[in-house]
Design a protein around this ligand. Sequence first.
Ligand code: PLP
Length: 395
Amino acid sequence: MANYRYPELAWIDAELEDLERRTLRRRLSDRVGCQGPLIAMGGRPVVNFGSNDYLNLAADPRLAEAAAEAARRDGVGSGASPLICGHAAPHAELERALAEFEGTEAALVFPSGFAANSGTIAALAGPGDVVLADRKSHASLLDGCRLTRADFRVFPHNDPARLDTLLKRATAAGRRLVVTDALFSMDGDLAPLADLADVCQRHGAMLLADEAHATGVLGLRGRGVAELVGVEDRVSVRVGTLSKAFGCAGGFVAGSRSLIDWLVNRARPYVFSTAMPPPVAAAARAALDLVRAEPEPRRRLLDRAGALRGRLSALGWDVGASASQIIPVVVGDPGRAVALAAKLLEQGLFVPAVRPPTVPEGEACLRISLTAGHDDAMIERLLAAMSDRPSSPRA
Ligand SMILES: *Cc1c(COP(=O)(O)O)cnc(C)c1O
């Protein structure tokens, strides 16, 4: 559809056509009904391997009840940013509970994980400082780094030695900040947090780890990768999200009292965005209580993910370096990824194709996201559908 009404936007049509030609154009498809292992999409039921609802809590009636109760008691909207008069009892309770869960002095809740990352990074570094990010860091981390206007570089994926070299070379007098996903969102692999913490310690650098996909899933208590590898005391800034395993929405930062007080004063998405709706805060609190009370779902999920990775590899698929519930099936060519996803969808299996720019050129994949809601029959169906690995590209 040409932009006949706003000719100054006509360039967009040309760009969209270009995306189309390269099989990179993306379109929305509407889900009908609740998030979960079985969803209705495009008018038909499909087994859903596309959500980040790792603990199957997004549609849990206990969360819905907590939200409904808070909506009646505290209202739906927050009506103001936290510093004005938007911070209400459910926010304070959630932040206390998150700090207790994380074993930190304090925690702060943002309207989204994206806002938590970008706002926190921009509050920690500025002109004259040095910021370094893993090349595969989430967009919210990279955008935050750009916002700092510091000397910003990326280091090769999971390469602490290279980070060390870059920090050695950084002669600027200012602060140093290193940021990384703890569990990478597309590859499902873990950051070497212990080695990164060593390097950071050597150079007096702050280390920010984004546990978005690990919170609620990894670690004995479900705190994430830093807990799993025992470096919580050496990761000074820990970010998590309430929108994935916790099944709600929002992001949080856990750390020292002074870090949190600084963010309250300086993190722009915190200061200038309306506080999270109270029903969401109440539901997240309920989810947190469930995560603390029930370790079994995350253990079972990780066991099943390990088994699925093994069987996909045995079928000849490349699952990369995944060590988690996020399992990429790397096919390389975007057209081939789309064709494979379409073939699975025909069989009632929704596995999203992930293409550049979400992943680097040549790394197009199907991203299987396993949740506690998938049963053995669903996993067997997926394996059966993927048992005839095409030896040549089908795109
Ligand atoms: C999803 C995601 C975020 C953003 O979290 P939202 O709560 O969805 O805004 C941040 N970091 C990573 C690694 C993510 O995958």
